[in-house]
Design a protein around this ligand. Structure first.
Ligand code: SAH
Length: 359
């Protein structure tokens, strides 16, 4: 009997990571309550967790007491031990979360006009070590679970109300954590939960080819943002080491196929690094490789923790200059990403657990 308790208790499942049918089948398999179980319990428990965002199973008022007890015993309900919030002057907010195993991650809330977006992390750290990214410096620690990913969104739903957009642009490479990222998308998109439209969800990736092929085969209608950063392969290798394994030579034809099949416009992200990737040869090469592909180019001013405002201005104007050169050669859908949350180290590439002075 003692042995049974150890087996059952030490591996607690994450209730928040299960779809309604999985909640029900778990109840069927793991309780001896077949006679009292009703199929709608799966749906109701899912609604409590993903729509009402209730964390305490004892509050699931339409679920019998013995099942609530079972949920409490068997599942971990909390995903994080600690949440520290940092509010920016521009209205964005970053939260630093301590996972149950002590690892720390960060998530950013970005209100902008009618949109309320959350930028989620998909891994603790990242293995790719892009030359300019702060997260890459910490190396890869582990994948986040679907429950840990959706809870990042729910923290802000509790605070600000429904979230309109979710971007997988926080810490980590989402397409290196395919299963859990996909599961989290299905949970966020579920009509009995937050029901966030697939088309309002964006995955940003260095271009993990097998995962993009998988997305295509599963007909998931999410938006893809590709971290391009340099159109010339021998140079891109230095900024984005993933180029050595998933080269543009193979990635670009796949993205063209992705567009033909899904008709989803692809975004190419491009951190403008003055003197490194903003010369005329980059402009020409970019125009050439994207020729005929319906896509957007999103230029990102380089962000560095502790950068002076003079430096920021220099990087911003490098973006403006690069944008006008691209437009001259006929690339029209070019935008500059406004960096938000700079004062709380919450902007692109700054998520990596830097000490925070303010707040
Ligand atoms: N691993 C994913 C998500 C990264 S974060 C990916 O590579 O796409 C989202 C974007 O911010 C990426 O395009 C990333 O390259 C960019 N980024 C990283 N560090 C940056 C920095 N220091 N300044 C500006 N953008 C940066």
């Amino acid at each position: 009997m003692g042995e049974k308790i150890i087996r059952g208790e030490d591996i607690k499942k994450e209730l928040l990571g299960l779809l309604p049918e999985e909640i029900f089948s778990t109840l069927l398999e793991e309780t001896c309550l077949e006679e009292t179980l009703r199929p709608f319990y799966g749906d109701n428990i899912f609604r409590w967790l993903h729509l009402q965002l209730e964390k305490d199973p004892m509050e699931f008022s339409d679920i019998p007491k013995n099942i609530r007890d079972f949920l409490l015993r068997k599942f971990s309900i909390f995903q994080f031990n600690r949440a520290q919030f940092f509010l920016s002057k521009d209205g964005s907010e970053k939260v630093r979360l301590t996972c149950l195993d002590g690892n720390e991650i960060e998530t950013v809330y970005l209100p902008y006009r009618g949109r309320r977006s959350v930028c989620v992390s998909s891994q603790v750290g990242c293995k790719w070590r892009c030359s300019f990214c702060y997260t890459g410096k910490m190396g890869f620690k582990r994948n986040l679970t679907a429950a840990e990913i959706v809870e990042q969104v729910y923290l802000f739903v509790r605070k600000y109300g429904p979230i309109t957009h979710v971007v997988y642009m926080g810490m980590g490479e989402p397409l290196d954590n395919y299963e859990q990222v996909l599961r989290s998308i299905k949970l966020l998109n579920h009509p009995k939960g937050q029901n966030i439209g697939m088309r309002r969800i964006t995955i940003s990736t260095v271009g993990i080819i097998p995962s993009i092929e998988r997305l295509l085969s599963e007909q998931i209608q999410v938006n893809l943002a590709i971290s391009l950063h340099n159109p010339i392969p021998e140079e891109r290798e230095c900024q984005v080491p993933a180029e050595k394994i998933y080269p543009l030579k193979k990635l670009l034809p796949l993205l063209r196929r992705y567009y033909r099949i899904t008709h989803r416009q692809i975004t190419f992200e491009y951190v403008v690094l003055p003197g490194i990737n903003d010369a005329n040869r980059h402009v020409r090469s970019l125009v050439k490789i994207l020729y005929g592909l319906d896509c957007k180019v999103n230029l990102i001013p380089y962000n560095m923790v502790g950068m002076s405002s003079k430096e920021r201005k220099r990087h911003k104007s490098a973006c403006t200059h690069f944008m006008s050169k691209l437009r001259q050669l006929g690339l029209n859908k070019v935008t500059i990403r406004s960096s938000r949350g700079l004062d709380i180290s919450g902007a692109c590439g700054q998520l990596g657990l830097v000490p925070i002075a303010s707040n």
